[in-house]
Design a protein around this ligand. Sequence first.
Ligand SMILES: Nc1ncnc2c1ncn2[C@@H]1O[C@H](COP(=O)(O)OP(=O)(O)OP(=O)(O)O)[C@@H](O)[C@H]1O
Length: 258
Amino acid sequence: MEPILSGRNLVKRYGRVTALDHCDFDLYPGEILAVIGDNGAGKSSLIKALSGAVQLDEGEIRLEGKPIRFASPIAARAAGIETVYQTLAMSPGLSIADNMFMGREIRKPGILGSVFRKLDHAEMQRIARQKLSELGLMTIQNINQAVETLSGGQRQGVAVARAAAFGSKVIILDEPTAALGVKESRRVLELILDVRSRGIPIILISHNMPHVFEVADRVHIHRLGRRLCVIDPKSHTMSDAVAYMTGAKLPDEIAVTA
Ligand SMILES: Nc1ncnc2c1ncn2[C@@H]1O[C@H](COP(=O)(O)OP(=O)(O)OP(=O)(O)O)[C@@H](O)[C@H]1O
């Protein structure tokens, strides 16, 4: 099987700091790939490179086999790579429906240019309601409720639903459970599994090992700016993963060739 999204020899430097040091990356169709690594290992830099938020100094990214270079996160989103950041890019004062359609507003038909036509609120509300209920987020009763009145978990839910709703090819989730309580985390993890069951692959950046080991199909371990190894969470323990991440232990495949 070919990866849906891949990176080869990715290099990103910030002045004298090399954040990505000839890093490789592969995401396969339909999988949840967790990306873990110590603080400063370069996970955010990798995600930002894949989502158009930073420009690489070297290397190549391919989406569905075709080389791509995104000038901005908007370009990445247009190509089907949706990123949900820990600090959610939502407007708290706007409703759930308006947030879901931010930048993709539906307008009423008419002869005027699209920016002059009236917003079709009823249609946006209908679709927003449908998308949230498809993803089992029916606890959100009122689609016109302002996002600031939602709990952290519900906000994550809306953000993930937004990402899943618009034909995304890849969803990147940056620490989706970091700010959540136990119950809310559970719902977000269920939502992640739900999104996978719809065939959308997910990149999950997380420091939470139990969450990673619960939902990931494969775990990309990032160390010193590059992919150290990829492990199967069914055949490795969390303490193996932490030992590889911190350099306390080398993964077998590396130990053999080292
Ligand atoms: N905008 C920037 N300017 C300068 N240095 C940066 C910048 N962004 C990241 N770095 C450096 O690049 C390296 C990798 O950082 P990055 O944020 O990608 O790591 P990370 O694995 O996501 O860390 P964390 O888990 O702490 O968020 C670090 O040494 C960091 O200080």
